[in-house]
Ligand binder design. Structure first.
Ligand SMILES: NC(=O)c1ccc[n+]([C@@H]2O[C@H](COP(=O)([O-])OP(=O)(O)OC[C@H]3O[C@@H](n4cnc5c(N)ncnc54)[C@H](OP(=O)(O)O)[C@@H]3O)[C@@H](O)[C@H]2O)c1
Length: 316
């Protein structure tokens, strides 16, 4: 007998595909999981979202869909980043409420945190000051997920919450050279440098530090949050500050995984970006002290192997 129907929005994306892989590896008894992308419903549209809820009849929702993009897109289309994300999350919350959904987990991002802050950042600091102006449309929209969760909890007793992942990477990522995140961008660059017999050039000094999380680790933590995490307040899903890695080390790991024999070069004339944005995972560790993250070199190895095998169909 099916006891729970879990709807995963953003099911065609980096995180959604990872959740699907985790669920398919050990299908839970008495549960049906439905993964949807933008072809199944336009979540910015209430009627389309309503029709999806009527088709699927979810008892739980993992809301991963978002209008996301790189730095330049965020700077140029602030209104669209604000509006599309606000509409999606509002439609999801209204319909979860109308359908009596038992649990809703939505996804924030570390770029919602104030631009000027102290480190390590933690879950209590989200609303302490304005986000960086470059992505304020996206950041303010996502911050309101947290506000909406608390309001639905206070007025209706809803079990809605949010998670905050740090930099995610893995199979099915966006590897486009213009608007991808660090790791998929470097993987694609290294692949092209190897093909052309040219140096693998990394923008900046390679010294900035970041906390990367493998999409499959994040997927396991998201499934845990859906089942076990019952605070309306958000929780950061990340490796700890002790596992921050330098971009340069990541680039060298990618070159090894690619078996790239050429020169790895750093172009220090290019901007480095923020030196670090350390996030605390102390709250996660209080809940799951024993959770084991995949070694970053192994995770990069799996991602590079996937990218090479799926180059023709990957998002490039
Ligand atoms: N990637 C990161 O490093 C990172 C870091 C922190 C937080 N996050 C958050 O994590 C979540 C998942 O991100 P991701 O990296 O997996 O994103 P992604 O790979 O870019 O996937 C985005 C997903 O959203 C769906 N989508 C976009 N617009 C839609 C619409 N109007 N209606 C319905 N579906 C729509 C897309 O559907 P189609 O592909 O079918 O069009 C796709 O499944 C997002 O909430 C994001 O903000 C990501």
């Amino acid at each position: 007998m099916i006891e729970d129907i879990t709807l995963v929005t953003g099911g065609t994306g980096l995180v959604g595909r990872a959740v699907q892989e985790v669920i398919e590896a050990a299908p839970p008894q008495g549960q049906k999981w439905v993964f949807v992308g933008s072809k199944d419903a336009d979540l910015t549209n209430y009627e389309s979202t309503k029709a999806l809820f009527e088709r699927v009849r979810p008892t739980q929702v993992l809301h991963l869909a978002a209008f996301v993009g790189g730095l330049f897109a965020n700077m140029e289309y602030k209104v669209q980043f604000w509006r599309k994300n606000i509409l999606m999350q509002d439609n999801i919350m209204v319909l979860c409420h109308e359908h009596g959904v038992k649990k809703l987990v939505s996804c924030l991002s570390t770029c919602v945190f104030p631009d000027k802050t102290t480190y390590p950042i933690d879950e209590t600091m989200i609303h302490n000051g304005p986000p960086h102006p470059s992505n304020e449309g996206y950041a303010y929209a996502k911050r309101l997920v947290d506000v909406q969760n608390r309001m639905y909890n206070s007025q209706y007793g809803c079990n809605y919450t949010s998670v905050i992942p740090t930099n995610i990477f893995g199979k099915h990522d966006n590897f486009n050279l213009k608007d991808s995140h660090v790791i998929p961008g470097l993987i694609h660059k290294c692949y092209l440098a190897q093909k052309a017999g040219e140096p693998f050039t990394i923008m900046g000094t390679g010294k900035p530090l970041r906390q990367f999380i493998y999409s499959l680790d994040l997927a396991k933590l998201m499934v845990w949050a859906l089942r076990e995490y019952n605070e309306p307040d958000p929780i950061i899903l990340s490796v700890g500050p002790e596992d921050e890695v330098a971009i340069g080390d990541v680039a060298r790991s990618i070159a090894r995984a690619m078996d790239f024999q050429g020169e790895v070069r750093f172009d220090a004339t290019k901007a480095d970006g923020q030196f670090k944005k350390t996030a605390s995972n102390a709250k996660l560790r209080r809940y799951l002290p024993g959770f084991k993250f995949t070694d970053i070199d192994d995770a990069i190895g799996e991602t590079v192997a996937w990218f090479k095998a799926n180059y023709a169909s990957a998002r490039t």
